[in-house]
Structure formats: structure tokens, C-alpha cells
Design a binder for this molecule. Structure first.
Ligand SMILES: [Zn+2]
Length: 414
């Protein structure tokens, strides 16, 4: 175990040097794991010698490496720090710690290795059967984590788990993974039991974690108040990233936007209420609007993509279905704008595919129903990350690395 950076660096300005190193690594992480030395020094704003000291420390710790010939390597001069004066490139080192990430969905289980910069190094995917048993799923999660952790050949900083359920912050308890037809699951404890290393385990709601990843590495970068809505197989997940942090409410359960009421007399929802937003604006609603028969949950995502492709080809029935869902979605978003005052809205999963086809309808509905939108229009964008929920799980782990730099670099332990 490497000692905490703050006590191990006695630089020219004491703890300032440790802070500089931590901030520099954070900047590199936010930049996707690669940046020029000149860019990092400028953004750090502490002078060249202090930045150089912090950089040297990070190199000595095996956290970053410096490519001294970036222009020659890239062959495009993009590494130049000025005319005729190339700036060295700073990259995440192959000896730096990695996060293991888990994303459980209704039909797939993904386990990944992610390094600083939000770069996914490896993903293992296994199918999930309908109505899976809790015990068998967590046995598989443990087996996969042990395997990819062992094979990563890197220090493992921890595990981040993304669950399709509201998750209690204090103990990683998944309240109701309803679409898996499970009752509450003590997720953090169950994942820990499957490990043979003392890796810290963090658990979060999948929409919250996807939003966090989009805020740090995707379409939500730079937003102060990011509203995120997503749908995968069925249901609508929501999240708010406020001031860079997930807004969790009192216990971590906040932002269940799929279960806000869109139609008080609507059909019964699995949550016990009626006419929830997710019943009128998710994948099932899209299929119903196109008069397509109900599909099993595990096949619905594929069929919805086929439907959206038909809409792209201007198929009238498919376009009408998109219009119908976009209208109800826009109406739901308008209420959320009035409530949350976001400065950006990102749509993920199937909504990202639907958005280009339904953007005008959504915009019209938002404008008509939200006076805040009419005062200051809120930009809406489709999500840009492929594995946002996995990346968000990894962020929970990498946050700890960045905040404390108390990382294990004992390679023999890997
Ligand atoms: Zn509901």
C-alpha cells in the first residue's frame, strides 16, 4: 500500500504539492486520460515548476507516463505546444490502478475493467435468463470479478456496481430491482461475499451512474445542473447531476422520474401507482403506439430499434408512434424543467435513438408547457457514451483514487 500522498510528499509548499498532484491527475482523468503537458500546466494554474514537481511525483508513483515524442508518434503535429516546440504528452500509466465495473440489466450482465480517463479496457458480457435467481446472479458476478481482476495485471482500486433499482447510499441496498422481478437485494454485501480480495464495493442506481459518466465524459460535460433520462428495455430512468454530484435525496432513492404520474386514470404500474410516465413513454409504449404485439422484455430492445429504423425510413406507422411517445415524453420533461431548472438535458439508451426523430415534437411540448423553458431554453442532446452505466460505476471507484491517491501499487497482489 502506498502511503497517502498528502503525507508522502514534502514539496516546496508542503500539502500544496500533494493537492497539485491530485488535481493534475483529476484533470488528466477528465481529459480522457491523455493531454499535453502544456494544457495540464495551464489548467492547473500553479506555475511550471510546481506542475513539474507534481507530474514527477505522479510518474514516480506509476500513475502517469510521459510521451516525449508525441508529434512523431501521432504524425500530425497535434502534440505541438507551439510552433516548432512540441509539448510532451501525459498519459495514464499502464501501472496505474483500475476499477472493476458491473452493470446488471434484465438480459445481460456486463463486467468491465476501466482505467483513469474513463477508458474501458475490457468488457465481459454474459446473457441473463428471464426471472434470474438472486443467488445465481451474484455467484456469476463474483466469478467474473475474480477472473477479470486477476487477469487485469493491474492494481484493482475497487468495484463499482450499477443496478436497475433505487439504491440506498449508506449500504448499497437495492430497494426494488422491479424489472428483474426481485425484492430488495443487499447488493454491496452480496458482491463482497463473492470476492477473494478486500476490494471496496460501491453500488449505485444505473441511471444515476450513466448520468454521472455522461457528465464527466460525454454529452453532459460542463453542465451545472444536468437532467438525464434514459430507457433501455422497459421503464424510464432519471437522474440529476447537480454541481458535479448525483442528487440522491435523503437516502439515495431520488429521481424516479419514470414513476411520476402522466395520466392519473392510466393503467396500473408495477410500482403500485397508475399512469406513470414510464408506462406512456417507454419502449413498451412505443411498441403499443405502433400497434405491435407485446414482446418479452428480453426481446423488446431489439424490436424497438427495428421500429426506429423504420421511422428513419419515413414509415408512416413508425413515425406516428415516435410522435406519440415524443409528445408524452416532452410533457414529462416540461414538468421536470419547472421543478429542477436544468441547464442541459441528456437522453440516453433508446431515447437517444428516438431523439433525432422526435426532437421537434419534444421541443414543441416543452415550450408549450414550461414557462422556464420559454424564458431560457434548455439544450437537449442525445447521450454519447456506449457503456455509460459501466463507466459511471467505475467513476465511484476512481473518485476514491483521485481524492486520496491512497492506491495499492503492489503488483504482486494482483
Ligand atoms: Zn410506476
Amino acid at each position: 500500500m502506498t502511503p497517502p500522498l498528502s503525507s508522502s510528499i514534502i514539496g516546496p509548499n508542503g500539502n500544496d504539492s500533494a493537492n497539485n498532484a491530485s488535481r493534475l491527475l483529476t484533470l488528466l482523468h477528465q481529459a480522457g486520460g491523455e493531454a499535453t503537458r502544456a494544457e495540464l500546466t495551464a489548467r492547473l494554474g500553479c506555475g511550471r515548476s510546481a506542475a513539474g514537481y507534481a507530474l514527477t511525483d505522479l510518474v514516480n508513483r506509476g500513475l502517469v507516463r510521459i510521451d516525449e515524442h508525441p508529434a512523431a508518434r501521432r504524425g500530425d503535429g497535434a502534440g505541438a505546444g507551439g510552433p516548432g516546440r512540441p509539448s510532451h504528452h501525459v498519459l495514464v500509466a499502464p501501472t496505474s490502478p483500475v476499477a472493476l465495473a458491473v452493470h446488471l440489466r434484465v438480459d445481460t450482465l456486463d463486467v468491465a475493467v476501466v482505467e483513469l480517463g474513463g477508458r474501458v479496457l475490457r468488457v465481459e458480457r454474459e446473457p441473463v435468463e428471464e426471472r434470474p435467481e438472486v443467488a445465481s446472479i451474484f455467484l456469476r458476478i463474483g466469478r467474473l470479478l475474480r477472473k477479470i481482476g486477476r487477469e487485469a495485471g493491474r492494481p484493482v482500486a475497487g468495484v463499482g456496481v450499477s443496478m436497475p433499482s433505487p439504491v440506498r447510499t449508506e449500504d448499497g441496498y437495492a430497494l426494488e430491482p422491479r424489472h428483474l422481478e426481485w425484492a430488495g437485494v443487499p447488493t454491496r454485501d452480496l458482491v463482497r461475499q463473492g470476492l477473494d480480495e478486500p476490494w471496496p464495493v460501491h453500488v449505485g442506481n444505473d441511471a444515476n451512474l450513466a448520468a454521472l459518466a455522461e457528465h464527466r465524459h460525454g454529452a453532459g460535460r460542463g453542465a451545472h445542473q444536468l437532467l438525464y433520462l434514459t430507457t433501455e428495455h422497459i421503464g424510464i430512468g432519471g437522474a440529476l447531476i447537480s454541481g458535479g454530484n448525483v442528487f440522491g435525496g435523503a437516502r439515495g432513492y431520488a429521481m424516479e422520474v419514470g414513476h411520476t404520474t402522466a395520466d392519473p386514470d392510466g393503467p396500473r404500474c408495477s410500482c403500485g401507482s397508475r399512469g406513470c410516465l414510464e408506462l406512456v413513454a417507454d419502449t413498451r409504449a412505443l411498441m403499443r403506439a405502433a400497434f405491435l404485439p407485446d414482446a418479452p422484455v428480453t426481446g423488446i430492445e431489439y424490436r424497438a430499434r427495428v421500429l426506429l429504423e423504420a421511422a428513419e425510413r419515413a414509415d408512416p406507422a413508425a413515425l406516428a408512434a415516435v410522435d406519440h411517445v415524443a409528445t408524452l415524453l416532452g410533457s414529462g420533461i416540461a414538468g421536470l424543467i419547472n421543478l429542477l431548472d436544468p441547464d442541459r438535458i441528456v437522453l440516453g439508451g433508446l431515447l437517444a435513438k428516438l431523439y433525432p426523430l422526435g426532437a421537434d415534437r419534444i421541443a414543441a411540448e416543452i415550450t408549450e408547457r414550461s414557462f422556464l423553458e420559454r424564458a431560457v431554453p434548455v439544450p437537449v442532446a442525445p447521450a454519447t457514451l456506449d457503456c455509460a452505466a459501466l463507466l459511471g460505476g467505475a467513476e465511484l471507484v476512481l473518485d476514491q483514487v483521485l481524492q486520496t491517491l491512497q492506491v495499492t501499487i503492489d503488483h504482486s497482489a494482483g
